[in-house]
Design a protein around this ligand. Structure first.
Ligand code: ADP
Length: 523
């Protein structure tokens, strides 16, 4: 090769290498490879085609000396060239024939073509083709020169593919992080925040961009904490002893976190160390879980256990007391006293039965997440009359019935609907002092029936009216705490009514009574 040409080739190679190391866009690198190849080989038209990663199809990625309109037909020709099965084998003649076809398609004046594969680590990545407008011999030098440019192009393509994969992996991680329901933050070894996700923002109120670079202790501020946090653990040598082979222990801390807006949230944080190959602490991954509901459930459970204990013990103590009084053999009881005491024993046994029934129903609902109903034609008016008669015998409150004579039957579970009416009536009795009247009545439309239970009792404070339907909820006042109850009645009423496709509502005013209504569909 002539010395000036050799210098020129070297300059081109240098320029392409620089473009690759400067991480220029792949199309720009390929454009420079094409330009160098055309100048060095005195070509007129040049094409770089790359195989697509997913289906291996070839398509033009850079071209010179042809119009953009010609690219689609060139892509078609490339498929024929690269899929020799359809045309009987991959011979030199076949290749030359196809290249000639391709040249004719571009410009009939093109007389010669030289194709060089782009290969990186034995992986075929594409093809570099130069077309000349005159016929001359293709020298080994021509081939060497083209080979050197093709090799550079292959490096650039390989880099771009690696970069693409890295980018995709990065995006994937980002998506996992941002769609995770748990809050995640990553700490540097000096305990500044490296990154945080959207769930972390939802929990703490700290936007990731505001939290980054701040000390963890500025962002994660505990109102109460049950165990020492990561700072103490690091001081005590956590993760320092471990090598990358043995997994270092994670740390779990739990407490109430002060959010940025001043509210608190109960969370559990798990810290896991990320170590370098030499066992140096590189970062700490922390996942944050909102445990507010869990804590609430725990609290509910303990309230439940203490109320149920109380509610079970009281009637048992009364029954036992009256039974042993009646059983004394040193006293002769007159029949009136015996009847009175037996009636009390019976009432208390009824109360126990009701409580046990409520507990069973509640646990069935909890276990199955729904209530199974035995649906049949049900006469709510007759049900209400029977319940009123039964309860009236145990109370000084008169119970008034107010149903229209033609009140319709509805499809429902008679046993469950009796529970609803009796719970509402029992509440009306419990929460109305004296002997004020209680009314149970009904209305109906073409589509639904509504049953109401009205009392002139203590009423329910406005701010607690929605809560009375929650499991174990009891209004906190003197009268309620004197009345028996486990806070289950209205929860069951609501569950049963909703299982029937109905609704329950209450109107109430402190001091002037409450009315509970439930509406059920007629079909
Ligand atoms: P409890 O076993 O405590 O009666 P409920 O679930 O039936 O449980 O009722 C929850 C709370 O709602 C009661 O503790 C009481 O404070 C309030 N409540 C229910 N019914 C009435 C009513 N008719 N009048 C006033 N307060 C009521």
């Amino acid at each position: 090769m002539r010395p000036d040409l050799r210098t020129q080739q070297r300059d081109f190679l240098l320029e392409i290498t620089r473009a690759i190391t400067a991480q220029l866009d792949l199309s720009e690198v390929l454009r420079r490879v094409l330009h160098a190849s055309l100048v060095m080989l005195a070509g007129r038209v040049g094409v770089v085609a790359l195989s697509e990663k997913d289906d291996g199809r070839f398509s033009v990625r850079a071209y010179s000396g042809i119009a953009a309109d010609d690219v689609p037909q060139l892509n078609d020709k490339l498929q024929e060239l690269m899929n020799p099965q359809d045309a009987g084998g991959f011979s030199r003649e076949f290749l030359n024939q196809k290249l000639r076809d391709m040249a004719d398609g571009i410009d009939p004046r093109l007389a010669q073509s030289i194709a060089m594969p782009l290969v990186f680590a034995r992986n075929p990545l594409g093809l570099l083709i130069v077309f000349r407008s005159y016929q001359t011999s293709i020298t080994p030098e021509d081939l060497n020169t083209l080979q050197s440019f093709a090799d550079q192009a292959a490096i650039a393509v390989n880099n771009a593919q690696l970069y693409g994969e890295l980018h995709q992996e990065h995006q994937r991680l980002e998506a996992i992080l941002n769609n995770s329901g748990d809050g995640v933050f990553i700490l540097n070894p000096d305990l500044t925040i490296q990154r945080a996700n959207l769930a972390f923002e939802r929990m703490t109120g700290w936007r990731p961009e505001d939290a980054i670079d701040r000390l963890k202790s500025e962002i994660v501020v505990w109102e109460s904490l049950e165990r020492p946090d990561i700072e103490d653990a690091l001081e005590a040598g956590w993760a320092r002893a471990a090598t990358s082979n043995e997994r270092a222990d994670t740390i779990y801390v739990e407490g109430d976190l002060l959010r940025r807006d001043g509210m608190t949230i109960s969370v559990g944080i798990t810290y896991a160390p990320l170590l370098t190959a030499e066992g140096r602490l590189e970062s700490i991954i922390a996942s944050v879980r909102d445990i507010t509901n869990f804590r609430k459930a725990q609290e509910m459970q303990s309230v439940f256990i203490s109320t149920v204990q109380h509610e079970l013990r009281t009637p048992i103590a009364i029954i036992k007391g009256y039974a042993s009084t009646l059983g004394r053999d040193d006293v002769e009881w007159d029949s009136g006293t015996i009847r009175e005491k037996v009636a009390i024993i019976e009432d208390e046994a009824d109360r126990l039965t009701d409580l046990v029934e409520d507990l069973l129903t509640a646990s069935k609902i909890q276990a199955a997440r729904e209530l199974r109903l035995n649906i049949a034609d049900t006469d709510l008016r007759a049900l209400a009359a029977r319940s009123a008669a039964r309860l009236e015998s145990q109370t000084s409150h008169p119970i008034v019935l107010s149903f229209p004579a033609n009140f319709p039957l509805i499809p429902g579970d008679e046993f469950r609907l009796r529970q609803v009416i009796e719970n509402l009536l029992t509440n009306a009795i419990k929460y109305s002092p004296g002997d004020s009247a209680i009314t149970v009545g009904g209305r109906f439309t073409e589509k639904s029936v509504t049953v109401f239970v009205r009392d002139d009792g203590v009423g329910i404070p406005k701010d607690q009216i929605d809560k009375v339907f929650e499991r174990f909820y009891r209004v906190d006042d003197k009268l309620t705490s004197r009345a028996h109850g486990a806070g289950l009645g209205l929860y069951l009423v609501k569950e049963i009514v909703e299982a029937h496709g109905g609704d329950i509502a209450v109107k109430s005013q402190v001091g002037s009574g409450s009315t509970f209504f439930f509406t059920l569909p007629r079909d």
